[in-house]
Write a protein that binds this ligand. Structure first.
Ligand code: AMP
Length: 406
């Protein structure tokens, strides 16, 4: 038997119903906040990610699916969305302010486990060409509103500022010196990260105790970064978005400046409890060869959002299932057609089956109502979950009735 590759998932019904409703919810919220859809390729020249995500990151060093095409060019399956979108923005001539949303599969060669997959699904937004703290707050609010309506239990927004090109160098020097003094207490991974990407060490689960008193970026912010951070917090309060300042929060990707944030589901295992995150990346466009362009964005991991929620596989998938007496079969199918045109989600069996056999299929269909058709002008409508008497509705009124009772 052929199997899917390790670290990938097949999402079939009924589980896929929850995916569909969550993806719709995301489309709804991102559209409500004014983010237009953007589609970029699933693969890019490797350099886009090597430069855009950062040579020193785990993603670039260990996790990319990189291959040569027939002409020997190095291509990589996208491990994240931001670098591609900024590449596309530059290629389109850097068209000023642009708010875009995306959704799709990402690929990272990871050690697979629950909530850590080799192909996983992210949704996200990028707000390009905007440098004000209001844009940071807007992006953070969007993720918070979506995750709240998606009923992620124990949701916490963690917030930090990482400084910028002005103030971060001094911080990194101090941090490196501090870490060098404690080098022998650090794990092998942290020792390797210390020089190239010292902030990663703050994030290391193994070294947590050693770095408990390490210097943090917030203590080194220049006046401009400090002001920006204060404004982000105050805009978030004005928007009623609760957050927790988290001085040790860093992000795995290199290009973040100033604001960094993460959405944590405290209901999940600590190792995989980040359902999403993001931040400001004012340096990224230049790293990719474009003009200096501020930007802020977020990415949310759908696989983890679904893990964090209680399973709801029995979500209603149809408004109605139509069953018909064999003599009224054509009427039944005509009704199905009319209902679909009227925007009612409905279905019926396709083969010729007895009324009883159709009822059995209806029971398993996850429909809300079963609509029973015979030769008379009235149909019987039954709530499939039971507990109610059948309701008689005029044949002509079925669509209106179902829409009113969706
Ligand atoms: P990142 O692009 O690393 O900032 O990740 C953003 C979000 O994507 C994380 O908070 C996770 O929810 C999700 N994510 C990242 N990597 C994986 C993975 N390998 N498997 C599942 N979800 C992931």
């Amino acid at each position: 038997m052929l199997r899917g590759p390790k670290g990938t998932d097949d999402i079939l019904p009924p589980e896929s119903r929850v995916w569909r409703s969550l993806l719709r919810l995301w489309e709804d919220w991102s559209e409500r906040f004014g983010y237009d859809l953007t589609l970029t390729p699933l693969f890019e020249f490797t350099e886009v990610f090597a430069r855009g995500v950062g040579e020193s990151t785990d993603v670039v060093q260990k996790q990319m699916y990189t291959f040569s095409d027939k002409k020997g060019r190095s291509l990589t399956l996208r491990p994240e969305g931001t670098a591609s979108i900024v590449r596309a923005y530059i290629q389109a001539g850097s068209p000023g302010e642009l708010k875009v949303s995306y959704s799709g599969a990402m690929f990272r060669y990871e050690q697979p486990q629950a909530g850590r997959r080799r192909q996983f699904y992210q949704v996200g937004v990028e707000y390009l060409g905007a440098d004000s703290a209001a844009s940071d707050a807007e992006v953070i609010e969007l993720g918070y509103r979506f995750l709240t309506e998606a009923r992620v239990p124990g949701l916490v927004v963690q917030l930090n500022s990482l400084g910028d090109a002005q103030c971060r160098p001094a911080y990194l020097e101090t941090l490196k010196a501090w870490l060098a003094e404690r080098q022998d207490q650090l794990c092998a991974d942290s020792q390797a990260a210390m020089e190239l990407n010292p902030m990663r060490v703050l994030d290391c689960k193994v070294c947590r105790d050693v770095v408990a008193d390490a210097p943090v970026p917030a203590d080194f912010l220049c006046d401009a970064c400090r002001g920006h951070y204060a404004q982000v917090r105050s805009y978030l309060r004005a928007r009623n978005v609760p957050f927790t300042e988290t001085p040790r929060l860093v992000r795995g990707l290199d290009y973040y400046t100033r604001t960094a944030f993460e959405y944590v589901a405290t209901s999940l295992d600590a190792a995989q409890n980040a359902v999403g995150g993001g931040g400001r990346y004012d340096g990224l466009a230049q790293v990719l060869g474009g003009p200096q362009t501020p930007g802020v964005g977020l990415a949310l991991g759908m696989d983890r959002i679904l893990l964090a929620r209680d399973s709801e596989a029995d979500e209603v998938a149809l408004d109605a299932f139509v069953v018909a007496q064999p003599v009224a079969r054509e009427r039944g199918l005509a009704l199905v057609s009319d209902l679909r045109v009227a925007r009612v989600r409905c279905d019926a069996t396709s083969g010729d089956r007895s009324f009883k056999a159709q009822m059995k299929v209806a029971q398993r269909s996850f429909a809300k109502y079963v609509v029973m058709v015979d030769e008379s002008n009235v149909v019987n409508i039954r709530l499939l979950s039971g507990g109610q008497d059948d309701i008689q509705v005029d044949f002509q009124e079925v669509a209106a009735w179902l829409i009113a009772h969706q």
